[in-house]
Design a protein around this ligand. Structure first.
Ligand code: ATR
Length: 290
């Protein structure tokens, strides 16, 4: 057997690294698609503290893995260890997907894609032209990159720690593709209610509303009826924030889709197929044993 045929018979392997990692839905997600597409492969979760990252990456690359996904606290820590970094990941300042190919490690970030694709696939093919973002952490950064790439021209960032919002606004004003057309602002946390009705897309990127956390309470009465409201929290799927928007008859998109679509793009990087995100997949992932 030649080396090439031997290689093609090997299982295609990938993994998610993080610390802690046991609650990750990624093995169930990629496992579902591997099976669905009849790929001889595997996708596992590997507990990896930051200090073990360099060694783990090398070990997996040497063992012939296609690549890895990264989660907390490794998305930034991995950057100096890579040979190449895709421009979107560079702009976000975080990598969630590393591909091992031709002796090189290349970093990508599929979170911005995941966010935009989730909205577009949830009956909102046209991204609204203005957006209000609650939060200024890592998730907000990826979402901002996605919004700017999608052509959103007016953005307000509202964060409990206003300095973080200002840092983010400055960073993206400098890097903006839209150049002079982008209007970026920040507001005081307790002044959000005044500004919100002027934006057609409202996004929660904070951890408020997560299981065992305080809710993000917003009063959505008297907003333009097409105002689209979305949350990146997916446990629970229906957060108090989304419930309030629904009570005011506003369209909403839940947070599970962002996870599914960031995984869709990562799967394509690893296994060469863009898998489908379906209702059956969503139901499968929501089963209590996942
Ligand atoms: P991630 O990478 O998931 O975005 P992060 O960087 O820790 O995580 O950011 C968490 C976000 O949730 C931040 O915007 C944080 O606000 P601060 O920057 O002021 O800390 C926000 N957040 C967390 N708990 C909050 C709370 N109780 N009230 C308001 N905002 C909160």
């Amino acid at each position: 057997m030649t080396l090439a045929t031997h290689h093609s018979l090997l299982a295609a392997r990938a993994a998610v690294l993080g610390h802690p990692i046991s609650h990750s839905l990624s093995p169930a997600l990629h496992g579902y698609w591997l099976k669905r597409h009849g790929i001889n492969g595997s996708y596992e979760a590997i507990e990896t503290p930051a200090e073990a990252l360099a060694e783990t990456l090398k070990k997996l690359a040497d063992a012939g893995y296609r690549g890895v996904n990264l989660t907390v606290p490794l998305k930034e820590a991995v950057m100096p260890l890579l040979d190449e970094i895709d421009p979107i990941a560079q702009q976000i300042g975080a990598v969630n997907t590393v591909v091992f190919a031709k002796g090189k490690m290349t970093g990508y970030n599929t979170d911005a894609y995941g966010f935009i694709q989730n909205l577009q696939s949830s009956h909102h093919p046209i991204i609204p032209s203005s957006a209000f973002i609650f939060g200024a952490g890592g998730a907000a950064r990826a979402i901002l990159a996605g919004l700017i790439e999608a052509g959103v021209e007016k953005i307000m960032i509202c964060n409990r720690n206003k300095e973080r919002a200002e840092e983010l606004a400055n960073l993206f004003s400098r890097h903006s593709r839209a150049g002079g057309n982008l209007e970026m602002d920040v507001c005081e946390w307790d002044r959000h209610q005044t500004h919100l009705p002027h934006y057609s897309l409202i996004i929660n990127t904070t951890s408020l509303g997560m299981k065992n956390q305080f809710p993000l309470e917003v009063d959505f009465s008297n907003y333009p009826p097409e105002t689209l409201v979305t949350d990146i929290v997916y446990n629970p799927l229906e957060t108090p924030f989304l419930r309030n928007a629904q009570a005011a008859n506003l369209p909403t998109v839940d947070g599970l889709g962002m996870l599914l679509y960031q995984g869709q793009k990562a799967f394509e990087y690893f296994f060469g197929i863009l898998p489908e995100v379906t209702e059956a997949l969503r139901l499968n992932l929501l089963k209590p044993n996942n």
